[in-house]
Design a protein around this ligand. Structure first.
Ligand SMILES: Nc1nc2c(c(=O)[nH]1)N[C@H]1C(S)=C(S)[C@@H](COP(=O)(O)O)O[C@H]1N2
Ligand SMILES: [Mo]
Length: 318
């Protein structure tokens, strides 16, 4: 039986797993509880081989960071993907075979544009030059990773659609299919998950449509087959498993703004000076590291994106 919470968005706070708690739980599951208890001993996971098909000829990118990569194991087992459950472990347990790659995955591009269209994912990626982009990812919960994505600029797809002068924002929608996505059987968010960007943010060269990581196709838990990555914004803007990209005139109502506009803003740029109402955003835990580090304005991408917000009060437009 489900115990009704006061608000659906109460779940994140209560079910957010601190990384240390998560590690200890995993070590316990792996039968190494004794070792984990002495928490200064480096925790090592059983090596997990990357799965999925490898991409050939990935172009390196000047936008890549040279920081130490987060392990494949952590990137693919410590996830937020509420369509597969609200805890960190459920997505890797439940989305490993998502989606069924023998079936077509269609992406609709429509709204305020001259060339709307329906794209088959497999056809779409054949027309793109795939790059490796190593980006920092900062979750609003206070942890971060360094992830080697495979993808191409979102702008490539947007330009093809020829947006018209009314196109001021872009709205993104995740698949709605409770059969395949068991988390959608609970009304945690108003499904389907929706996100949005202002047109200039969407066209920015850092904004990526990612189709893989660590050189291979995207694992289900990370948003297969195709997801957004916006590295200067909190992780929840980087919507997974996209089926629709729509040009709109008005700022779209995103799933998180709809759930709690006081806590999750439309912009959600990483900003150490604007605290979440229930916690500080000054510092973050880089997954795999012990000590917390300072959170950087725009997640360290200020040189590239600060000008998008010149003249805006970022405390108001959080
Ligand atoms: N559709 C969908 N997209 C989503 C989420 C989600 O629950 N559903 N979680 C977001 C959050 S909060 C984060 S931090 C990132 C996590 O991406 P990762 O699991 O690949 O690290 O995905 C984002 N995209
Ligand atoms: Mo997140």
């Amino acid at each position: 039986m489900w115990i009704r919470k006061k608000h659906p968005w109460d779940i994140p706070e209560s079910e957010v797993t601190d990384y240390q708690v998560y590690l200890n739980r995993r070590q316990f599951i792996n039968g190494a509880a004794g070792l984990a208890a002495a928490s200064t001993i480096p925790l090592s996971f059983a090596a997990k081989a990357p799965s999925g098909e490898a991409y050939a000829d990935l172009q390196p990118s000047d936008f890549s960071t040279e920081e130490k990569l987060t392990t494949y194991e952590s990137i693919t087992s410590y996830n937020n993907f509420y369509e597969f459950g609200t805890d960190k472990e459920s997505p890797s347990a439940l989305a490993a075979d998502f989606p069924d790659r023998s079936k077509p995955w269609m992406i609709t591009v429509d709204g305020e544009c001259d060339k709307p269209g329906q794209y088959d994912y497999n056809e779409l990626i054949k027309t793109q030059t795939l790059e490796e982009r190593i980006y920092r990812l900062r979750c609003v919960e206070g942890w971060s990773m360094v992830i080697p994505w495979v993808g191409f600029p979102l702008a490539e797809v947007l330009k093809q659609a020829q947006p018209n002068s009314k196109a001021k924002f872009v709205e993104f929608t995740t698949l709605y299919d409770p059969e395949q996505m068991p988390g959608q059987r609970r009304r945690v968010l108003d499904w389907p998950y929706r996100e949005g960007l202002r047109m200039d943010e969407a066209m920015h060269p850092l904004t990526l449509l990612a189709v893989g990581l660590y050189g291979r196709e995207m694992p289900g838990q990370n948003g297969a087959p195709i997801r957004l990555v916006v590295p200067w914004k909190y992780g929840f803007k980087s919507i997974k498993s996209i089926v629709r990209i729509r040009f709109v005139e008005e700022m779209p109502l995103t799933a998180w703004v709809q759930a709690n506009a006081g806590e999750y803003g439309f912009y959600s740029n990483v900003n150490p000076d604007v605290n979440h109402p229930r916690w500080s955003q000054r510092r973050e835990r880089r997954i795999g590291e012990f000590l917390k580090r300072e959170t950087l304005m725009f997640n360290g991408y200020g040189d590239e994106v600060a000008e998008l917000y010149s003249g805006m009060d970022l405390k108001r437009y959080f």
